[in-house]
Design a protein around this ligand. Structure first.
Ligand SMILES: Nc1ncnc2c1ncn2[C@@H]1O[C@H](COP(=O)(O)OP(=O)(O)OP(=O)(O)O)[C@@H](O)[C@H]1O
Length: 439
């Protein structure tokens, strides 16, 4: 493969959320780890899809790569030149080579400017064309993106969503870029219009030899347009590879869940839909070890346990709830007003908890049964501290302990998951075939 045209190395963006003067004075700040140590490569002429749920850091990554947002740490190389070291005037020159297309085609276009001036603005800023030449370039760009050149005097509100996104694309093309970072360019559009914009982007790539980073929250959108895909979770890359590699086993359990959520029957996916427990944790205080362990359907059991995977996942959910709740009501999610939690018997509480977490009255593993049983004893006494200590110690996954590195599982395929650790001393070490068969 050719040298990367655009490359991120150890890229981090932490947002400071200190809320006021006192916070800053006292050094109290919570950092939102939006992008946390990412390596990424874009090769010439290719499309790299970047996928993940809302809030996982995709936009921050895209904007940091263009230095629209200053990175906290790390480097971004464009044709080998470190963009993080450039002065603002040097950066302005490079910005003609790397352009950005925004998600919302309406709010990203100035409503008081005609379409001609919107597209002409980058030509003016970079001194590319003026007068007659400028007008001709604008007409040519409108035609290139499938719009009528005679509409150049119209305003953005006179166009449909899809047409506005075409205007955004024409504006990006105006400076004759080499790379375009497309940030969810079709998410705000109807499905039928989405296909037209994707086709247009593909045609433009072929005609002008463009390279794209294509950001989306949905794998089905990037599936057809991407040569390679990077799956992001909570500021990190969970899996990366060619589109075929990402759509075929072995999977990162998060990528597998995203694949299973693709709405229509997908020719590349024939598994069942996987439902993830809980919601995406806060990037201010991400989970220890593997960030996905709090929701992972395949979170690894400690060596001493042997129970069905679903049971272990439910126990981990119980643990998380207990560690973050301070009342029996919130632990067992009691909504029934007739249940008096102040005088609840041990057996009733036991039943409520097991029902809430879909656990059998007797766990399949005796050692684990002992832990939950003792925890319920402590909870009946409202001794939350001891109950928490019991589950924190008794239900500890190897996945919580070490942050997994991205490791090769194929020529260009890499997964950051302890299921695929080769080093037997590492937590959760199993070989790949065991990991798949185990599921
Ligand atoms: N300026 C900011 N200050 C503080 N936190 C921010 C800022 N911008 C984004 N964040 C936080 O950083 C995290 C990543 O946000 P980002 O917008 O990059 O994610 P995303 O994957 O693009 O999400 P979406 O698809 O919803 O745009 C989120 O938790 C978000 O709340």
């Amino acid at each position: 493969m050719s040298e990367p045209i655009l490359e991120a190395r150890g890229l981090k963006k932490y947002y400071d959320t200190a809320s006021g003067f006192m916070d800053s004075m006292l050094g109290r700040s919570n950092k939102v780890k939006a992008v946390d140590d990412i390596d990424l490569e874009l090769h010439e002429g290719e499309t790299l899809g970047v996928v993940g749920e809302s809030g996982c850091g995709k936009t921050t990554l895209g904007r940091t790569m263009l230095r629209l947002i200053e990175p906290t740490e790390g480097s971004v190389y464009y044709k080998g030149q470190d963009l993080t070291e450039l002065s603002s005037s040097e950066l302005r020159d490079v910005r003609t080579d790397i352009q950005y297309i925004f998600q919302d085609p309406f709010s990203s276009l100035n409503p008081r400017m005609t379409v001609g001036d919107i597209i002409g603005e980058p030509l003016d800023i970079h001194g590319i064309a003026e007068g007659q030449e400028r007008d001709e370039r604008i007409y040519e760009l409108l035609e290139t993106v499938g719009l009528n050149p005679s509409h150049s005097h119209r305003y953005p509100h006179e166009f449909s969503g899809g047409q506005r996104q075409r205007i955004g694309i024409a504006r990006a093309l105006a400076v004759d870029p080499e790379v375009i970072i497309c940030d969810e360019p079709v998410s705000a559009l109807d499905v039928s219009v989405q296909a037209q914009i994707l086709n247009l982007l593909e045609d433009l790539q072929e005609d002008f030899g463009l390279s794209y980073i294509f950001i989306a929250h949905d794998l089905s959108v990037v599936e057809h347009i991407s040569d390679r895909i990077a799956v992001m979770y909570l500021g990190k890359i969970a899996e990366t590879g060619t589109t075929d590699e990402v759509f075929e086993p072995p999977y990162h359990p998060y990528a597998e869940a995203l694949l299973s959520a693709i709405p229509e029957p997908d020719p590349l996916w024939d598994g069942e839909q996987i439902y993830l427990s809980g919601s995406v944790p806060s990037p201010i205080d991400p989970p220890t070890g593997c960030r996905f362990h709090t929701r992972c359907p395949r979170v690894i059991q400690p060596e001493e346990y042997n129970m069905p995977q679903k049971e272990w996942r439910q126990l981990m959910d119980f643990k998380q709830r207990l560690l973050t709740s301070d009342s029996l009501k919130s632990i067992a999610q009691v909504t029934d007003e007739t249940v008096d939690l102040d005088s609840i018997t041990r057996d009733t509480l036991d039943e409520l908890i097991r029902r809430e977490f879909d656990l059998p009255m007797q766990l399949s593993d005796m050692q684990a049964e002992q832990v939950i049983s003792q925890a319920v004893d402590r909870l009946t006494e409202e001794n939350f501290e001891d109950a928490r200590a019991l589950v924190a110690d008794g239900f500890k996954s190897p996945c919580e302990q070490v942050d997994p590195e991205l490791q090769s599982t194929g020529t260009t395929h890499r997964i950051a998951c302890h299921l695929y650790d080769d080093d037997p001393k590492q937590p959760g070490a199993t070989n790949t075939s065991d990991a798949v068969a185990d599921d």
